[in-house]
Write a protein that binds this ligand. Structure first.
Ligand code: FES
Length: 341
């Protein structure tokens, strides 16, 4: 292990989130939600739990984990939804140099992130997020795998090809409701963008509809062939009742246009292990619960699971039954765990 890896290894997930919080005012709005979402999509404590588990496969089964949760498989791609993704190659090279030369073991974590961000030739407000992501990626995958990744980036496209200011502006804008729009109530229609890197990755939503319900109506593609968790639409779902954790999403823009989190969603997010901020309208939601009344831009994680009670201390302990691959059995496993509380 290099000095930098040893240094990064000292910090808990809470330390990383605190360092990120300190840097947020200096991060451009275009990536402020995105970087916080990324750190929730790749939780350090879950990674450490699985790394040290006596029987890793059994733990993965027990957490009913589906999809690709391993950062080591996505070193160059996990951050595609960040504006800062375009600086990945340079950021990665910077971190590799830092890994070989790092000496300041007493440094503040946010300062180390700033040092990496400053070495990339672009405005620091746009490189801080990808520098934080890069250092956490190194922390989870190790220098050998980090170096082995090619550092390839996806050419900016879709909304993400625009300038940071334009992206922020477009995220905030709602669809026009026409000349008599002010008379409309329930029949207002909006748009949900589910991948800002693609120009056509969007589906319509009726006023106050849940995101997952609206997504299920879009049958323009064979979603299941792209992700086996997608039974209905582009957002993976199972229970539609906040019981399984399949439908979690990050909200890049428009979180203020979602209904407030209700008690059930709040409680279940903790059970699942998804680190939802305490805000009334946070950037991490369950799509089967979140109703929208305006345009929203989201990002869909590549995996889901139920691990909160094992991985985080502040969640009440409940023994989950062994997982199965069948959707019906999956629902039964989660319901049974909830009812035994
Ligand atoms: S579909 Fe199960 S929690 Fe939303």
């Amino acid at each position: 292990m290099t000095n930098l890896e040893k240094y990064l290894n000292k910090f808990s997930e809470a330390d990383w989130l605190a360092a990120l919080e300190r840097l947020l005012p200096a991060i451009h709005e275009v990536d402020r939600n995105a970087v916080q979402i990324w750190f929730r999509f790749y939780p350090l404590e879950l990674f450490r739990y699985l790394e040290t588990a006596e029987d890793r496969e059994k733990a993965i089964q027990k957490f009913v984990m589906q999809g690709d949760f391993e950062l080591k498989n996505q070193i160059d791609s996990s951050h595609r939804f960040l504006y800062g993704h375009r600086y990945w190659k340079e950021t990665k090279a910077t971190i590799e140099i830092l890994a070989e030369s790092f000496k300041d073991e007493a440094a503040d974590l946010s300062k180390v992130i700033e040092t990496a961000a400053s070495a990339v030739k672009a405005d620091k407000s746009l490189t801080l997020s990808i520098a934080a992501v890069g250092l956490m990626t190194l922390n989870q995958v190790g220098l050998e795998a980090f170096k082995a990744a090619k550092g390839e980036t996806q050419k900016p496209s879709g909304l993400l090809a625009k300038s940071p200011a334009t992206i922020v502006e477009k995220r905030a804008k709602d669809d026009s409701q026409g000349i008599f729009g002010f008379l409309k109530t329930v029949d207002k229609k909006f748009t949900v963008t589910w991948d800002e890197t693609k120009s056509k990755a969007r589906f319509p939503l009726i006023n106050d509809e849940e995101l997952a319900t609206a997504a299920a109506k879009d049958q323009s593609q064979d979603w299941k062939s792209q992700d086996e968790r997608c039974w209905e639409g582009v957002i993976p779902v199972e229970c539609r009742s906040a019981s399984c954790g399949t439908c979690w999403i990050g909200v890049l823009g428009g979180q203020e246009k979602l209904a407030e989190v209700q008690r059930l969603e709040r409680k279940q997010m903790k059970v699942f292990g998804y680190n939802q901020p305490e805000d009334e309208k946070p950037f991490l939601r369950l799509a089967c619960q979140a109703k929208a009344h305006g345009n929203v831009s989201i990002v869909i994680p590549s995996w889901n699971g139920v691990f909160g009670k094992k991985v985080y201390d502040n969640v009440e302990e409940v023994e989950l039954k062994p997982a199965t691959t069948s959707a019906k059995r999956l629902r039964e496993t989660i319901k049974s765990a909830s009812s035994s509380e």
